[in-house]
Design a binder for this molecule. Sequence first.
Ligand code: DGL
Length: 273
Amino acid sequence: MSGAARPIGIFDSGLGGLTVLRELHRQLPAEDLIYFGDTARVPYGTKGARTVTAFARQDARFLLRQDIKLLVVACNTASAFALDDLARELPVPVLGVIEPGLAAARRSTRGGAVGVIGTRGTITSGRYQAGLAGWLDPARIVANPCPLFVSLVEEGLLDHALTELACAEYLAPLREAAVDTLILGCTHYPLLKPAIARYMGPEVVLVDSAEALASAVVAELDRGGLRREGAGEGRLAYYLSDLPWTFRTEGERYLGKPIDHVETVNLDELEAS
Ligand code: DGL
């Protein structure tokens, strides 16, 4: 298959990365997109760097078997821990969610403080904070993990008293620091935008890493002459390492439309065969 006709591979720890696939499909409707969600091993956000990096390498190898032209790491935790290794090791361009999110935050801030929220792994890795410190006084960087947000989204409690409480608990330091921009550094958080905006106030810009990343993918394809043009609607294929009970409702929540067909794959068995 010619370079531009090959698919784009996207992986996440689970279903949350479908927010990234949705945005990619919106901005690049002609591209074939192959999604792999590591639902058997989710969450990544509570695990250490070595474990997440080993999982990310295996996820990437699965997608490389499908002859992808570009790899999107649609998971903030995997981007935080494994992006450098993957970019060095793989024969295709590799894009993660952190750099595009940082660039969008830089464009949006009006001289105030900048906040970032994510899983414990992402925030502990310090990747967002280090990127922000390249151009922002460290005293104006506020980072806070929001571990319960992922479960609230997975349970569909997007507009619920529990979510309001969690926002007050996790976002208070960001509101106190009067951040003018808040990076949503986790694939699940775009679904909590209304609740987060209600708590933070309308003047705070919420940076959605899915949108920022999709724009970066468009630029990378154009740079490499890899954009698939005029071939009709691209094919969307979904692979999961486990089929969670809630996958239909949850998947639809992230994707905004039903998932017609999904295949389950056991990566260990596949690699041993
Ligand atoms: N996909 C993860 C992220 O964006 C959130 C879920 C998890 O902890 O695996 O960091």
